[in-house]
Ligand binder design. Structure first.
Ligand code: LRH
Ligand code: MN
Ligand code: MN
Length: 388
């Protein structure tokens, strides 16, 4: 059995992956949203479910909120609820993609009234962050156009910058803004923040508290995402990850499911660039579980990240450096692949046991009866879903 060194285990112990509250609600495609028995009916129940993931893995110490999906009367109370279950409230995500007013733009809109409304929504998110104790405001914008000539792309960039400056100016000293990019959808011709370069240009003009968020599902097929990770770390502007998997577009499947090797390559660059267990780089999931149970889906996800992190930590960096310096292409590649092909699962299971955790968190959760309990308890009332 492969053993993991004390150094590697200490590094793994410091790993924390934030869960998205919306992963626990129902979701689907534009064709159908399937309900799941036991789906949370409100943000309190979403957080209770997220706490289960942490309970069996010790890998998920915080939960991200999406506003207004997670709107509550009293955020301090929600925070107490989370803390009583052993988790913290994390990133607050703004939402300017479901309001009729934002059909033609929000932070980029040419109508000052609508643009101000979108800015005010972000001010509200910052107020919430003060109550929840959150550090990061995550902004993803659905804005753009569908047809060439539809919009003045340049003017929209200028208005976006002005809007972001106003939002940035509202941040507290300990708070940050992370700007997420996505190459297309829902806009199909142009998107106002389509790539890391645009996000970088926008946040670089704001200041040190503004960073880029990299969602792994938001790139064109074949994109070398680990190169982008390397570059953003090199520039000191990688603020956070939204992890998920894609086969085709923004599929939001379980991280590491579609392409574990890509996840390994990304995590290798994170380690290489000093981004692992670095408080400046937040690890988050951004996933939806349309057909599988949501809590085990999230447990599988954080375990996938842990497993590929362990493999990436196994890369023999000295041997890799030597092979690279000697231009020994095949030896360098072999060092890399040896680590990737190492099965670390038995060693991780043994280590979990030594820390009082279940060797197999998926099995322990299945045996706990929680899934059956919530299915029985949460009948009646509307299930929370994407948009509720
Ligand atoms: C957009 C996105 C963004 C949203 C989330 C629900 O595709 O990745 O992060 O907030 O999905
Ligand atoms: Mn995302
Ligand atoms: Mn997405």
């Amino acid at each position: 059995m492969t053993t993991l060194s004390p150094d590697i285990l200490t590094t793994l112990e410091g790993q924390g992956i934030e869960l998205p509250s919306w992963a626990f609600g129902n979701s689907g495609t534009r064709f159908r949203v399937f309900g799941t028995p036991g789906t949370p009916r409100d943000p309190y129940e979403k957080i209770a479910d997220a706490a289960q993931v942490n309970r069996y893995t010790a890998l998920a110490p915080s939960v991200a909120l999406h506003i207004p999906w997670d709107k509550v009367e009293d955020y301090a109370d929600l925070r107490r609820h989370a803390e009583s279950l052993g988790v913290a409230l994390g990133t607050v995500n703004s939402n300017t993609f479901q309001d009729e007013d934002y059909k033609f733009g929000a932070l980029t809109h040419h109508d000052d009234r609508i643009r101000q409304k979108a800015i005010d929504h972000h001010f509200e998110c910052i107020d919430i962050m003060h109550e929840t104790g959150s550090r990061d405001l995550k902004i993803w914008l659905a804005e753009g156009s569908n047809y060439p000539g539809q919009n003045d792309m340049r003017a929209r960039q200028d208005r976006l910058n002005d809007s972001l400056r106003q939002i940035y100016a509202r941040l507290g000293d300990e708070q940050r803004l992370v700007l997420e990019y996505k190459f297309f959808e829902p806009s199909f011709y142009h998107t106002d923040v389509p790539d890391w370069g645009t996000s970088y240009a926008q946040v670089a003009s704001l200041g040190d508290k503004a960073m880029v968020c990299l969602d792994t599902g938001h790139h064109a097929p074949g994109t070398n995402i680990e190169f982008i990770v390397m570059q953003l770390l090199r520039l000191g502007k990688l603020g956070s990850f939204d992890f998920n998997s894609r086969f085709y577009a923004d599929d939001d499947l379980i991280v590491g499911a579609a392409d574990p090797f890509q996840l390994f390559r990304i995590l290798f660059e994170v380690i290489r660039g000093g981004g692992l267990n670095n408080p400046d780089v937040a690890f988050m999931l951004d996933q939806c579980h349309n057909i599988e149970d949501k809590i085990p889906g999230q447990i599988r996800s954080v375990l996938n990240v842990q497993e590929m992190t362990a493999r990436a930590l196994l890369v023999d960096r000295a041997a890799l450096d030597a092979a690279q310096s000697a231009n020994d292409v095949l030896a360098a590649n072999a060092v890399f692949m040896d680590a990737f092909y190492t099965d670390v699962r038995p060693a991780l299971a043994e280590w979990r046991l030594s820390r009082g955790l279940p060797a197999d968190p998926m099995a322990a959760y299945a045996a706990s009866g929680y899934q059956q309990q919530i299915a029985a308890d949460r009948v009646g009332g509307a299930q929370a879903g994407w948009g509720a």
